[in-house]
Every structure is written in structure tokens, then in C-alpha cells.
Design a protein around this ligand. Structure first.
Ligand SMILES: Cc1ncc(COP(=O)(O)O)c(C=O)c1O
Length: 488
């Protein structure tokens, strides 16, 4: 399969674009800044539309089908989010405009800060970080600054459970902290004895994901928080799994001191290629002074006569400084705001209830066929083993075969503590019919694993690109669609 590059479709003289009449005074551009040769493709509108439509059909997307990528919360992104983000006043705003001219944008950002405080149970929120991992870095930098401000310079150790996402140790190490792994127990919770052994006066804190990456609620969460606080440490919450808790549990109420919230997971803004991420961070009162600057603030209160407040910026007293240019990913903030406004408090709670219900329904359909390492009621996702009794197929083979059934594969080989892990997160936006179809595909694949294992080992068969050598693909990345990828 080789797709032409748009440049290869070029025919001299073809054109598909008409510029609108110029509505600003014409200005002479300095000649030395102009390129005489600009090798742009000359293509008609239909060439362009067909080219990009063809390319889009080579890919898989949440708008095509179920995308049960555990831990990533690949929920449907409602189109109203896009409509609102394209309003002229939002899409056309420039971050260097005088604040008097962008009061609507600032009011929206301030309101989202307030809503995230309420949803998470936090005293303050920054919208600056550009992803979950960036939120982690911001949060751990604040934890470090907190200890330093108290002169508690011995605290250089951060505890990370062995089930944690790789970004947790990575971001902690970037701040200069010493990462120490803590084992999980037989129920998938943090091993309290292992934790106790690390609670000393060098403890800066712990990073805790709840529900954890096994899709299980940390049963001893309050004991863990208490033990860490008693030792003088702080508790970082990895909020990637907040979609299981909305309106039910507030991490701030559990004693978390700081937590990132992935807007591109819980609050339905697009992931990856669909748009930049956004990872606002909430903090308890203890860390308020350390938040990145600027925060969006009311700089002049409204009047009793009904004049609205004036929104602007504020700088916390011991701020760790700026972590992102301007004010974060504003377009994502607008989408998350729209989503929260559309759902309201009851709707947000229903999101989590359905996310948990869908995951448990799916688990009940495949349990007994796919080994379940921790047999507990799951939260919004669950982890099974892709190592099936009576067959020698691997999790990767099952994941690839699912593509032949038109499903995106689940996350695999993560978390690391489960052998041949398949981590499945259906999200609340899947209907019973699509959950049933996905379960049927998994059950059919389990049968095939015994009767025709080769079918799985050579999968996928129906996709534009067949099985790739994953190590080679990672080392020698081919991002150009014009290059032929041979089918094995
Ligand atoms: C548990 C967990 N923590 C952190 C992250 C990092 O978030 P981001 O991809 O937004 O950087 C992820 C991302 O998938 C995650 O699943």
C-alpha cells in the first residue's frame, strides 16, 4: 500500500483556493524576506478533499468505533465542544490583548479554575500545564519547593507504587528527587508494610493513582495518606483516573495535597493528534502559595449595581514561576468548560457511574475466559491477562487481532506488575450494544487462540498496514505516508 504525497498530485496551474478580498491596507513587504521559489503543491479542491479523506480512512478514531485504551479514557469528544471553541471571541483572541478586551476569556478560565477546585476538593488550581505528565512535573516541583521553603532539605525521596504509570517516576526524577518503588500487595493495593519501611525524615512524598492503574480503588487510601503525612511527606494524586470519581469522591477530601487533572481524559477534550493536551493542577491550602504564576484572578470585584468584576492575573507569594507560555491550552479549557457546563453536577456524577458500570459489565462478560489477576469489583477499567490457558498466544496477538474486528486494541503490557496485561477501559460513552460486540470479539478471539493461533500471531489482516516489527518501528520511525510498508 502506498499513498501518494500531496506533492505528487501537483499539476501546474491547478488551484483550489480563492482568497477573500483584502480588508486591510496593503503594505510592501521587504523584498529580501520574500522567497521567489515556494514549491507548494498545485492541486484542486477535490484533489485535496479526496487526499485527506483517503488518509483519514487509513487511521482509527473514536469517531469510528470503540477505543478501549485503558488509562487513557478515550471517551467520545462531543461536537458541541468544537463548536464553542470555534466561537470568534475564543478562537480569535490573542494572549497579548489588553485584559479589558478579553474579559470573557478570562471569566471562562477563572470559572473553570473554580469548578475544578470544587470537583477535586482543592483550594487552588492552575490551568497552565500542557499535559498530565507536565502537571506531574509542576506538582512535584511545588512539593519540593514546599519542603525547601520550610528548610526541610533532607527530604529528597519520593515513593512510587510498582503499578504506577511511567510518567510518575520520570517526572519525579526530572525534579532531582530520589525515586523509590513501593510494592503492591495481593489485592492490588499499596503494601502498607513496604510503605511503613520508607516513612522516614527523608520522605518528600508519594505519588498515588486512585483508582490505581489496575482499575482498583486503593482500599487503604486514607491510611496511606495518614502515614505519609505523619512522616512529614506530601501526597501527590495522579488524576488520570478521575473519570471514575466525579461527584462521588473528591481527592482533596481524601487528603491529597496536589493532583493533576487530564482535561483530555476526564473532560472530553481531544487527545494527541486531535489537539494538545491540558493538565491543570489542583492543590490543598498548604501548597497554595507555590502555584505557578500567573493565576487567573478577580482583580476588581463587581459592584452591587451589577457591574461585572474585572478579571486579570495574580502571582502566589512563593510561586514556582511560569511552567507554560501564556495561560495554557486555552482551546482545551474552552472545551472542558463546555463539557462541564453541559453536564452539571448530576451529569458529572452519572458519567462516573456509567463508566464504572460499563467496565464491570464488560468484565463480567469475559471473566473466566481471560485470567483476572485481582478478582475484585473494578472501577472504570480493569486489567486481565492476555495469556490464555491452553494457548501460546500473547497479549500483543490478541490486541492485534482485535483490529480485524474493527476495535482499537486495549493498552497492553501495562501495568508492568501483570503478566501479559490487557488493560481495558470502555468509558461511559459506549452503549450496551457496543460493549456486547466488543466482549463477543474478545470471546471469539479466545476461541481462535486455541483453534487457529496462527490467525492471531499474524494479525492484523484487514488493516492498511499489517504486523510491524514494533522495536524496529520505534527505532526507525516512518512518518511519511508515501513510503510503501510491505505486508508480511
Ligand atoms: C495513570 C496515568 N498517569 C499519567 C499519565 C500522563 O498523562 P499525559 O499523557 O496527559 O501526559 C497517563 C497517560 O496516559 C496515565 O494514564
Amino acid at each position: 500500500m502506498a499513498e501518494a504525497l500531496i506533492y505528487e498530485l501537483s499539476v501546474p496551474g491547478r488551484q483550489g483556493l480563492r482568497f477573500p478580498a483584502c480588508d486591510t491596507p496593503l503594505a510592501d513587504l521587504p523584498q529580501d524576506m520574500l522567497r521567489q521559489e515556494l514549491p507548494l503543491p498545485e492541486v484542486s479542491e477535490v484533489d485535496v478533499v479526496r487526499h485527506y479523506t483517503r488518509l483519514s480512512r487509513l487511521n482509527y478514531a473514536i469517531d469510528l468505533g470503540m477505543y478501549p485504551l485503558g488509562s487513557c479514557t478515550m471517551k467520545y469528544n462531543p461536537k458541541i465542544n468544537e463548536e464553542v471553541a470555534r466561537f470568534n471571541g475564543f478562537a480569535g483572541a490573542h494572549p497579548l490583548q489588553p485584559i479589558e478586551t478579553v474579559q470573557g476569556c478570562l471569566a471562562l478560565m477563572f470559572t473553570l479554575q473554580e469548578w475544578l477546585k470544587e470537583i477535586g476538593g482543592f483550594a487552588g488550581v492552575t490551568l497552565q500545564p500542557a499535559a498530565g505528565a507536565h502537571g506531574e512535573l509542576t506538582g512535584v516541583l511545588m512539593m519540593r519547593a514546599y519542603h525547601q521553603a520550610r528548610g526541610d532539605l533532607r527530604r529528597d525521596k519520593i515513593l512510587i507504587p510498582d503499578s504506577a504509570h511511567g510518567t510518575n517516576p520520570a517526572t519525579s526524577a526530572m525534579t532531582g528527587l530520589r525515586v523509590v518503588e513501593v510494592k503492591s500487595d495481593g489485592r492490588g493495593n499499596i503494601d502498607l508494610e513496604a510503605l511503613k519501611a520508607q516513612c522516614d525524615d527523608t520522605l518528600a512524598g508519594i505519588m498515588l493513582t486512585n483508582p490505581n492503574t489496575l482499575g482498583l480503588f486503593e482500599e487503604n487510601v486514607q491510611t496511606v495518606v495518614q502515614m505519609v503525612h505523619q512522616a512529614g511527606g506530601l501526597v501527590y494524586g495522579d488524576g488520570a483516573n478521575l473519570n471514575a470519581l466525579l461527584g462521588i469522591v473528591r481527592p482533596g477530601d481524601l487528603g491529597f495535597d496536589v493532583m493533576h487533572i487530564n482535561l483530555h481524559k476526564t473532560f472530553s477534550t481531544p487527545h494527541g493528534g486531535g489537539g494538545p493536551g491540558s493538565g491543570p493542577v489542583g492543590v490543598s491550602a498548604a501548597l497554595l502559595d507555590f502555584l505557578p504564576a500567573p493565576l487567573i484572578a478577580i482583580v476588581e470585584p463587581g459592584t452591587p449595581d451589577g457591574d461585572p468584576p474585572l478579571y486579570g492575573f495574580s502571582t502566589p507569594a512563593k510561586s514556582i514561576g511560569r511552567v507554560k507560555s501564556f495561560n495554557g491550552q486555552f482551546g482545551m479549557v474552552v472545551r472542558a468548560f463546555t463539557y462541564i457546563l453541559m453536564h452539571g453536577p448530576e451529569g458529572l456524577r452519572a458519567i462516573s457511574e456509567y463508566a464504572v458500570l460499563n467496565a464491570n459489565y464488560l468484565l463480567s462478560k469475559i471473566k473466566g475466559v481471560y485470567p483476572l489477576p485481582y478478582d475484585r469489583t473494578c472501577m472504570h477499567e480493569f486489567v486481565v491477562e492476555g495469556h490464555l490457558p491452553g494457548s501460546d498466544v500473547h497479549a500483543l496477538d490478541i490486541a492485534k487481532r482485535l483490529m480485524d474486528y474493527n476495535f482499537h486494541p486495549p493498552t497492553n503490557y501495562f501495568p508492568l506488575i501483570v503478566r501479559e496485561a490487557l488493560m481495558i477501559e470502555p468509558t461511559e460513552t459506549e452503549s450496551k450494544a457496543s460493549l456486547d460486540a466488543f466482549a463477543d470479539a474478545l470471546l471469539k478471539i479466545a476461541e481462535e487462540a486455541r483453534s487457529q493461533p496462527e490467525l492471531l500471531k499474524s494479525a492484523p489482516h484487514n488493516t492498511p498496514v499489517g504486523r510491524v516489527d514494533e522495536v524496529k518501528a520505534a527505532k526507525e520511525l516512518v512518518l511519511c505516508c508515501g513510503i510503501d510498508v510491505p505486508r508480511e
